[in-house]
Write a protein that binds this ligand. Structure first.
Ligand code: SF4
Length: 230
C-alpha cells in the first residue's frame, strides 16, 4: 500500500491526539505484515516494545546491529525480548563485502562519521526495508533538534514512517517505566541518556538535552536513517 503526502496529512489530522498504542494499532491495520519496528534497544525503547507486546507478540521488530553496539545494549535486547515474549525479532547487519571494501580496518568512524553511518546503518536498513511499506521509529518531538516537528505519520524515502511517540510528553517516559515496571537500559545508572554505537556515544554534555552525548564535537545529530529524502 503506497501513501502520498496528502493521505499522510489526513492520518496526522485524524491521529494527532491519539495514544501511541492507538497509532500502532492503526498502523498494523493499515499495513498488515508490511510494517516493522526498527528499535535501537536504547534508553526509551522499552516503551514501544512493551506496547507492541500488548498488541501482537508476532509484530516484526528489528535492530540495526552496526557491530559497534554496547554489550549492555545487546544484553538489554535479550532481556526485553524474553520478558515481553516477542516472537518476531531479527538483527540487521552491514553487508560484509561492503565492510571489507569501505571499512576494512573498522575505523571509518574516525575519519568520516557520515560514511560510516551510511555503510553500517543506512544501506543495510534500506535493503531490509525493501520488503516493507512502513516502519516504526521511536522519535519524539520533545527530543528537539531535527525531531522538534516530528509527526505521527511521515513519508521518507518512499516508506511511511510511523512515530507513535511523536507527541509523547517527556514527563510520561519515567511514569510509563514505573507504572509498567519496565527494566531500564543498564547504562542509565552510569549517566547515559541516549545510547547508540560505542564510538559515538558519550554521557550528555547537557542533561536537558539527552542526545547531546551523541557524535560529540561533530555537527552530526542524526545517524542518517532519518534524513529526509523524497
Ligand atoms: S554511530 Fe558512529 S560508529 Fe555507529 S555507524 Fe554511525 S559513525 Fe559509525
Amino acid at each position: 500500500m503506497n501513501f502520498d503526502q496528502n493521505e499522510v496529512k489526513e492520518l496526522n489530522k485524524e491521529f494527532h491526539k491519539s495514544s501511541p498504542k492507538e497509532i500502532i494499532r492503526k498502523s498494523q491495520n493499515l499495513f498488515k505484515d508490511k510494517i516493522v519496528y526498527i528499535s535501537s534497544f536504547g534508553i526509551e525503547s522499552a516503551i514501544i516494545l512493551h506496547m507492541i507486546s500488548q498488541i501482537d507478540k508476532n509484530f516484526p521488530i528489528a535492530l540495526l546491529n552496526t557491530h559497534f553496539l554496547f554489550r549492555q545494549t545487546l544484553d538489554y535486547k535479550n532481556k526485553l525480548i524474553k520478558s515481553f515474549n516477542l516472537k518476531n525479532f531479527v538483527e540487521i547487519f552491514p553487508d560484509n563485502s561492503n565492510l571489507q571494501k569501505d571499512d576494512p580496518n573498522n575505523n571509518l568512524w574516525i575519519s568520516d562519521v557520515e560514511k560510516c553511518c551510511e555503510l553500517r546503518k543506512v544501506k543495510p536498513l534500506n535493503k531490509f526495508l525493501k520488503k516493507y511499506n512502513a516502519w516504526i521509529s521511536g522519535r519524539k518531538s520533545y527530543q528537539g533538534g531535527e525531531r522538534f516537528d516530528v509527526q505521527p505519520f511521515e513519508i521518507n524515502n518512499g516508506k511511511v514512517v510511523v512515530n507513535p511517540l511523536a507527541n509523547f510528553e517527556k514527563k510520561l517516559v519515567l511514569l510509563y517505566f514505573n507504572n509498567n515496571n519496565l527494566p531500564k537500559h543498564p547504562l542509565v545508572k552510569e549517566g547515559y541518556l541516549s545510547v547508540g554505537c560505542t564510538h559515538c556515544t558519550f554521557k550528555p554534555k547537557n542533561i536537558e538535552d539527552p542526545r547531546s552525548g551523541r557524535w560529540i564535537n561533530q555537527t552530526k545529530t542524526e545517524c542518517g536513517i532519518h534524513y529526509k529524502k523524497d
